[in-house]
Design a protein. Structure first.
Length: 79
């Protein structure tokens, strides 16, 4: 069973690299050098990376009709 890795959430590159430091694994993008979260399990590290990728592709495209962003507008009143 192979866990497919989603493309980089930041530059959409498929040049991804799995690295481990000590006891943890993480996914690194070869193109923009962004790193995924470190996890003790290789599959978990990939899974978290994929979640970030999906979330980015969802929010990075067309703004949805129900944007979760709180529209904060500071109004300045003259006088
Ligand atoms: Zn990248």
């Amino acid at each position: 069973m192979a866990t497919a890795i989603e493309p980089c959430p930041f530059c959409r590159s498929h040049h991804l690299h799995l690295t481990h430091s000590g006891l943890t694994y993480c996914v690194v993008c070869e193109h923009c050098k962004s790193m995924g979260p470190h996890w003790e399990s290789l599959e978990e590290a990939i899974e978290r990376w994929n979640q970030t990728s999906r979330a980015q592709s969802r929010s990075g495209g067309v703004p949805s009709e129900r944007s979760p962003q709180p529209a904060q507008r500071i109004q300045h009143f003259a006088g």
